[in-house]
Write a protein that binds this ligand. Structure first.
Ligand SMILES: Nc1ncnc2c1ncn2[C@@H]1O[C@H](COP(=O)(O)OP(=O)(O)OP(=O)(O)O)[C@@H](O)[C@H]1O
Length: 313
């Protein structure tokens, strides 16, 4: 396997051993100290996401978007979904977020129904469209989920300042979304999703509009923050190197009707503290892992040959 011979950083994370109690389930009581109660431990063992035989048929046009998708995402695990355009990646993410209902199968998020998890704001989302509120400043957009979580104003200010600095947007805190470029808006949306330190992040091509250098920086920051907060991440991307760099496992999906054809354990390259990011990205074993995912995509396509190569980089 491609990840062989490297420290088992991701495995430990996938098993939940490194999951910090700090902010894990948005509980101020837990984040205040290292108190581990039975309830906390039980929550940590509960899968972040559990999909069982999920199918989706869109009534309009009778499109079968997904069929028999079963997947468990462990607490703190980073899982990427990759596959050709139209294979149902966004649909699957929207089903987890309760923005779309499955036609068959079941979905649980931290042991709750997807609806309950949405109402409880158990996850942060950053989708292709930034979804910023035009009438709120950048700072007010970032603070919105904190307001909903009833975080005191002084804490909100400190957290938004920290996040905007991370995103290189400190000077734009008082501007409105329309005054920012598309990539800047996307960065605001990303840090807004991260603001409440959610235990689950759902991200649909969040870095697609960013230039390469910003993209790499944001990838590193995402891993750092997800690591700090113990957040599980389900991440849709068309970029194989991005998936390999970020993920513990890469879930490979086939063309419509979308189904999982392979799951490649990539081993959390970006979290490997033994290597600087640039060294990782240009190392031979990293390229091997990229090749393994590409091969899985191609074999998932079988008879259609080049289709996978056309849609993913
Ligand atoms: N609201 C909808 N009504 C009808 N069909 C839909 C709807 N949303 C998505 N579809 C169809 O479901 C299939 C899966 O779409 P989806 O957007 O989930 O794919 P995707 O893998 O995310 O694509 P891409 O990589 O291009 O973003 C496509 O055939 C799409 O046309």
């Amino acid at each position: 396997m491609t990840a062989k011979g490297r420290p088992a950083v991701a495995t430990a994370t996938a098993e939940g051993e490194q999951v910090s109690a700090d902010g894990q389930f948005g509980s101020a009581d837990v984040s205040a100290g290292n108190i581990r109660t039975d309830a906390t431990a039980a929550l940590e063992r509960t899968a972040a996401v559990e999909l069982a035989d999920v199918g989706k048929i869109y009534a309009a046009g009778s499109v079968t978007a997904l069929t028999d998708v079963s997947l468990t995402v462990a607490p703190g695990e980073f899982v990427s979904l990759i596959g050709p355009s139209g294979c149902g990646k966004s649909t699957l993410l929207r089903i987890i977020a309760d923005l779309e209902q499955p036609t068959s199968g079941t979905v649980t998020v931290h042991g709750k129904t997807a609806r309950r998890a949405r109402i409880d704001q158990d996850y942060g989302i950053a989708f292709q469209q930034s979804g910023l509120l035009d009438w709120r400043t950048v700072q007010a957009n970032v603070e919105l989920p904190l307001e909903l979580h009833k975080v005191p104003k002084s804490e909100r200010r400190a957290r938004s300042a920290e996040l905007l600095e991370m995103a290189g947007l400190t000077d734009f805190a008082k501007r409105y979304p329309a005054e920012l470029s598309g990539g800047m808006q996307q960065r605001v949306a990303i840090v807004r999703a991260l603001a409440p330190k959610p235990s689950l992040l759902l991200m649909d091509e969040p870095f697609g509009a960013l230039d390469e250098m910003t993209r790499e920086r944001m990838q590193g920051e995402l891993l750092r923050i997800a690591g700090e907060t113990g957040a599980a991440v389900v991440f849709v991307t068309h970029s194989i190197p991005e998936a390999v760099f970020l993920s513990d496992r890469v879930v490979v999906m086939s063309a419509r009707p979308g189904r999982i054809t392979d799951i490649v354990p990539t081993g959390g390259w970006g979290r490997d503290a033994a290597f600087a990011d640039d060294d990782v990205r240009s190392s031979a074993p990293f390229f091997e892992a990229v090749a393994a995912v590409r091969a899985a995509l191609r074999s998932g396509h079988g008879d259609t040959g080049t289709a996978a190569g056309r849609d993913v980089r």
